[in-house]
Ligand binder design. Structure first.
Ligand SMILES: NC(=O)c1ccc[n+]([C@@H]2O[C@H](COP(=O)([O-])OP(=O)(O)OC[C@H]3O[C@@H](n4cnc5c(N)ncnc54)[C@H](O)[C@@H]3O)[C@@H](O)[C@H]2O)c1
Length: 392
């Protein structure tokens, strides 16, 4: 453990999110933001102007020269892989933006490199930026599920269609919404947070059937509308519906258990609590048509309910300095990527896929999509950099 009060951190990828995270680092008392790496000279100059940090066009040089405790990766998705692997090989901890990578085979490679490096460097960290795990409502729901308030889980349905995006958004970055630049659409860019929360709350399914529409609402080659049906080991079923083409969108999570139903929607958490287990009633009630008695309870939960990337960075620095657990270990963050890949593979192959996903099979499919792509990206227009609008 380093004998100091501030972790020396660098950022790889000083674009929209990287500059946002730099602003957070500058506010934190346990972080020394000392270096930035980017492939665009203008972004590097911006980092120097904003924070007076050392700048590098090559992240490997930054890793070699800056004696960093950790880096935050905020590059496009495919670059998360070589950057994190180089960091682990240099003995530097990593906090990566979501998703871990574009496909689960690459994410498993990152995790394997981390595990190998950790064997000789036990303090090495690999964390993921899934800031929604800090939100009060998700933490409350997790607590209720783990305490058994719902009993045996029966169904978890997440309708998360409030990721509305215009064509101008997709045209604002050359790598956006392409197989070669991003590795997918709503499942890889907007929805990973929601899929992460879903699998954190109810676990991973063992079978997935997915239906996706490619470029249905936008001139893009990747998915902008998704429906998935999921089957779990314990008999629970699940649904995920997401879209970037709907407005006003929904953000509604329903989790049904034998003891009732939890609904989170419009910032309100409601527990429809049954007096008796519904599964017991099915088996034992003599009534043929039963009104199941239940109460309706508003469940309070703490702040925060949005933003909060800063808490993930603060925790990363704190664990570097003092030990403990990172908020979201990358290995857990891999679940949302595996699920996203499984939904896409199922949709492409018109079949149900089993989990754990055959990562190589998905990687071959992704490579085929990249190789056969004839999509021509429109001329890149300048981006609206108010990133706070992106995670509302
Ligand atoms: N956690 C969140 O709420 C949230 C929100 C938006 C985006 N993201 C994620 O943040 C990441 C970055 O997204 P963005 O919107 O900031 O993209 P962006 O295009 O604005 O920024 C990416 C930056 O990475 C740089 N870059 C590319 N390859 C590089 C390399 N090899 N080495 C160094 N720099 C390199 C680019 O020049 C650019 O400056 C993505 O993983 C995205 O999914 C997370």
């Amino acid at each position: 453990m380093p004998d100091k009060t501030r972790a020396r951190l660098g950022i790889v990828g000083y674009g929209s999110m990287g500059s946002n995270h730099a602003h957070s680092m500058a506010q934190l008392e346990n972080v020394d933001f000392v270096a930035a790496s980017d492939v665009m000279p203008a972004n590097l100059e911006q980092a120097k102007r904003d924070h007076g940090v050392a700048i590098y066009s090559d992240f490997r040089e930054m890793l070699a020269k800056e004696n960093l405790d950790g880096i935050l990766i905020a590059t496009p998705h495919y670059d998360h892989v070589p950057v994190s692997i180089a960091a682990f090989e240099a003995g530097v901890s990593v906090l990566t933006e979501k998703p871990l990578a574009a496909d689960i085979a690459d994410a498993r490679k990152m995790i394997a490199t981390y595990e190998a490096a950790k064997a000789s460097n036990p303090d090495l960290l690999f964390a993921a930026m899934f800031q929604q795990r800090t939100y009060g409502h998700w933490r409350k729901i997790k607590e209720m599920i783990d305490e058994g308030a719902l009993g045996k889980l029966i169904r978890a349905t997440y309708i998360i269609t409030n990721w509305f995006r215009t064509q101008a958004y997709f045209d604002s970055g050359g790598w956006r919404a392409t197989w070669s630049g991003e590795g997918g659409g709503v499942l890889l860019n907007q929805c990973p947070h929601n899929i992460d929360i879903y699998q954190w709350l109810v676990g991973m399914p063992n079978r997935v059937t997915g239906f996706t529409s490619l470029g249905k609402y936008h001139n893009i080659e990747v998915e902008d509308e998704v429906t998935a049906y999921m089957e779990f080991d314990n008999g629970m079923i699940g649904h995920l519906i997401t879209s970037t083409g709907e407005a006003p969108g929904s953000d509604r999570l329903e989790i049904v258990g034998e003891n009732g139903k939890l609904i989170f929607e419009n910032g309100k958490l409601t527990f429809f609590r049954t007096k008796e287990s519904v599964l017991d009633l099915i088996d034992n009630s003599p009534e043929r048509f039963l009104h199941v008695e239940h109460s309706i309870e508003d469940v309070p939960y703490p702040e925060p309910t949005t933003g909060n990337h800063i808490a993930i960075i603060e925790n990363f620095a704190d664990v570097i300095l003092n030990g403990g657990d990172v908020t979201v270990p990358a290995v857990e963050g891999a679940g949302s990527l595996e699920l996203a890949n499984a939904i896409l593979l199922s949709s492409f192959d018109h079949c149900t896929v089993d989990l754990p996903l055959d990562g190589e099979a998905y990687q071959r499919k992704l490579q085929e999509l990249i190789n056969t792509s004839s999509f021509v990206k429109p001329e890149v227009k300048s981006a609206d950099d108010d990133m706070s609008k992106s995670f509302q």
